[in-house]
Design a protein around this ligand. Structure first.
Ligand code: CA
Length: 334
């Protein structure tokens, strides 16, 4: 296990329940010997699966951190077989600033893995997570949402993997989570992602998109809380069978061409509710050119039939923004 400059306030390998802080050294103008202090909880009891539960990878996403803070408070060692490590605000400076990326170094946590021991705070935290926490885990769960700029139908995200056995285990775990959707995707740009760093080690990895818009709702927090507990049950870390959602989780995928990228800057008018069924060519939304009264709005149509899975959230939009994502029923494996 590679050493880190980050220190935990307790022994990460001790039995029982321990709640404390990770101290990230950060000397700066307003605090010469200062540090960043991030809450961490480890619950360990005998032999069993070792789970690492993460949220706050991006600092403007709320379902994951809320669900994990509540679990960290509630989970007792006697109820656990194995280890549950909980880090609810992984990019803590970004969470403090309610921003996707760190205000200290601009770091996008999910583009810097496996991190750097002597790097800036974002890279230093990623290095600790990879070399100290992922190294101690068999299963890694990283809870995401859409943040301020995207909104999603609450979903588990599973990656297309070349290893068929790991793929099968991943789909089973994803369905056990019990979100309305389980979406199988192939990532477009994997450089520096925690996801691929964990999967390259052959470990089970589950992530989510549980909502977005820079806030949350009671229903979405409930999906996150039930999902995490369902995973603990599915993996045998706590007793009981996963609670099945009603209606059951739908296994879907994003078809080629299902991403709609905006080509115009203006005011965004969504024309379809999130989760609604759309036919190919149906209007998804239009962009109004509010500075030019003579220009007609630009309409964006569904590139294929399916469900409106994600959409741009803020009122203004610009060229290059993700405007919408369509999901379709998962095709059977060839
Ligand atoms: Ca995210």
């Amino acid at each position: 296990m590679e050493g880190s400059r980050i220190r935990a306030s307790f022994d990460l390998d001790a039995s029982g329940k321990h709640r404390g802080y990770l101290t990230v050294p950060w000397s700066r103008d307003d605090s010469a010997w200062g540090s960043i202090q991030m809450p961490i909880t480890v619950v360990r009891n005998g032999r069993g699966p070792r789970l690492l539960l993460l949220a706050g990878n991006h600092g403007d996403e709320y379902e994951g951190p809320i669900a994990l803070m509540k679990l960290a408070a509630a989970l007792e060692a006697e109820a656990v077989r194995g280890v549950v490590t909980i880090l609810p605000t992984m990019n803590h400076p970004a969470v403090l600033a309610a921003r996707r990326t760190s205000p200290i170094d601009g770091g996008n946590m999910n583009r810097v893995f496996p991190g750097a021991r002597g790097g800036s705070p974002t890279a230093m935290i990623a290095h600790f997570v990879y070399h100290q926490l992922v190294a101690r885990a068999d299963v890694v769960v990283d809870l995401h949402s859409g943040g301020k700029t995207l909104d999603f139908v609450p979903s588990v995200i599973l990656h297309e993997l070349d290893d068929p056995l790991l793929m099968q285990r991943t789909i089973e775990a994803g369905l056990a989570f019990g979100a309305p959707l389980a979406l199988v995707i192939r990532e477009l740009d994997t450089e520096g992602m925690l996801d691929v760093a964990v999967e390259a080690l052959g470990k089970l990895f589950v992530t989510t998109e549980l909502g977005g818009g820079g806030s949350t709702t009671p229903a979405r927090v409930a999906i996150a809380e039930r999902g995490v507990r369902n995973l603990l049950r599915h993996l045998g870390v706590i007793d009981g069978a996963p609670e099945a959602p009603d209606p059951p989780s739908r296994l879907m995928q994003t078809p080629a061409g299902g991403f709609v990228v905006c080509r115009t800057a203006g005011m965004f008018e969504p024309q379809v509710e999130l989760g609604a069924r759309v036919e190919k060519g149906a209007p998804l939304g239009q962009v109004h050119f509010f500075e030019d009264r003579e220009q007609e709005p630009h309409c964006y149509a569904a590139p294929c039939a399916g469900m409106l899975y994600a959409r741009h959230f803020p009122g203004l939009i610009k060229r290059g923004d993700c405007l919408a994502v369509i999901a379709a029923k998962k095709a059977a494996a060839p």
